[in-house]
Design a protein around this ligand. Structure first.
Ligand SMILES: Cc1ncc(COP(=O)(O)O)c(C=O)c1O
Ligand SMILES: N[C@@H](CCOP(=O)(O)O)C(=O)O
Length: 396
């Protein structure tokens, strides 16, 4: 999956003949009709995601189609004018990975593979395992033992994946698969796969469509392997080049303090990422010390006037409580975006008059351990109906 120069491969599409008005009409029609693969919130935008792939090879679970919520409690928490939350946890496996995975698995099937693999902190594996089960394919998964939220591991196993522990965690797993996947006959579906990035662009294309092709001032997202930063930036720049949007929002990438090699590189003005050998954060999904897509993300920051920041686990959990209590909910890694927006607004990088779209990357039920931390134990004991009645009458 790597180029001879050592960097990651990237899909370059030729949009010179693309007609923005024709595309908008096509996307509106597909949204209204919702038929076949075009009912998917990824494949609705096929002309921008993978124009050459034949329909017969598309492996889809109707992913995308996620809500975009104008969330006043989130705006108040962050201290900015308006916040939209893009709830990627509403995907079929419960995270944004489905947007990219449908594109990667479809390409693997098109290329004739029957065995698929990934290293994972839990969401990538749940997503790949789901598509593999749906399409009757073999799925091999490498995880850091003890480093994956229990629900994600169970979800991956329940879909029928073969799961192996790997020393060195996600970082070592991706390196191994990138080097040896091909020799083992495995199609690697980590975000080193350029088709994952093409699929993940659909998140911001769908959000732009939902907002009538005008986006807020900022797009804010958590950063782990940095696939989203790469994908959303690529999607924004392509939409601008085609004429689907008039202005490219600025991008903010938020990492957890104990797993923030990209933020450290940008903040120090350095041009080379120094990996974090022992990443630490309660947000296990972004416990990543050597993000494979850092070069692509650095280019996106340059082209989208982007910024980075790092937030504490306490700030992440505080943001998660606000998102949970708003009725939307998310897992800890997903809440890093709102925590970062609050920090960037407090230090004046983002103005209080500005608006932001925050990508909520994963569902609140993905991480039950985090829920146990953020919600007090109700200490329930069975009450007799009469006693229950008088208690409820007393708190009316
Ligand atoms: C829930 C969740 N949020 C955020 C991320 C980070 O996204 P990326 O790896 O694209 O930076 C991940 C995985 O890495 C994740 O599973
Ligand atoms: N959060 C991810 C880790 C990054 O994986 P990748 O798919 O971007 O390689 C996970 O859930 O595994």
């Amino acid at each position: 999956m790597s180029c001879d120069c050592g960097g990651l491969l990237e899909v370059r599409q030729d949009f010179r003949l693309a007609d923005a008005e024709r595309l908008k009409t096509l996307f509106d029609c597909r949204l209204a009709l919702r038929t076949g693969p075009y009912a998917s919130g990824v494949w609705r935008y096929k002309e921008l995601i993978d124009p050459e792939l034949e329909e017969a090879h598309i492996v889809t679970r109707g992913e995308g189609n996620t809500g975009l919520y104008d969330c006043a409690p989130a705006a108040i928490h962050a201290g900015v004018r308006r916040v939209w939350l893009k709830a990627q946890g509403e995907n079929p496996s419960g995270s944004f990975k489905d947007n990219g995975m449908t594109a990667a698995v479809s390409r693997g099937v098109f290329a004739g593979y029957r065995a698929f693999a990934c290293a994972s902190t839990g969401n990538t594996s749940s997503s790949l395992a789901m598509y593999a089960a749906w399409a009757g394919l073999r799925c091999v998964v490498l995880v850091p033992p003890g480093g994956v939220a229990a629900n994600k591991l169970m979800q991956t196993l329940a879909y029928g994946a073969e799961v192996y522990g790997i020393e060195g965690g996600y970082d070592a797993g991706v390196r191994l698969l990138n080097r040896c996947g091909e020799a083992l006959g495995l199609y690697v579906c980590n975000s080193v796969n350029p088709f994952r990035i093409e699929g993940q662009k659909s998140m911001i294309i769908e959000a732009a469509h939902q907002l009538g092709w005008t986006l807020p001032d900022w797009v804010v997202l958590p950063g782990g392997a940095l696939s989203n930063a790469s994908a959303l930036g690529k999607g924004l720049l392509e939409m601008k080049a085609i004429g689907l949007i008039g202005k490219v929002p600025r991008i903010a990438v938020v990492q957890a303090e104990g797993a923030s090699p990209f933020h450290r590189m940008i903040a120090s003005g350095g041009g080379e990422l120094v990996p974090e050998p022992a990443p630490r954060t309660a947000a296990s999904a972004i416990r990543i010390g050597n993000p494979p897509s850092w070069r692509k993300a650095a280019r996106v920051l340059r082209d989208c006037a982007g910024v980075t920041c790092a937030v504490s686990d306490e700030a992440i959990m505080a943001a998660k409580r606000v998102i949970d209590r708003s009725g939307i909910g998310c897992e800890p890694a997903a809440a890093a975006g709102l925590a970062g927006l609050k920090k960037l607004a407090a230090e004046g990088t983002i103005s209080r008059d500005e608006t932001a779209l925050v990508v909520l990357t994963g569902h609140m039920l993905k991480d039950a351990d985090a829920l146990r931390v953020s919600v007090p134990d109700p200490g329930l004991s069975p009450l007799a109906p009469d006693e229950l009645f008088s208690r409820l009458a007393g708190v009316r």
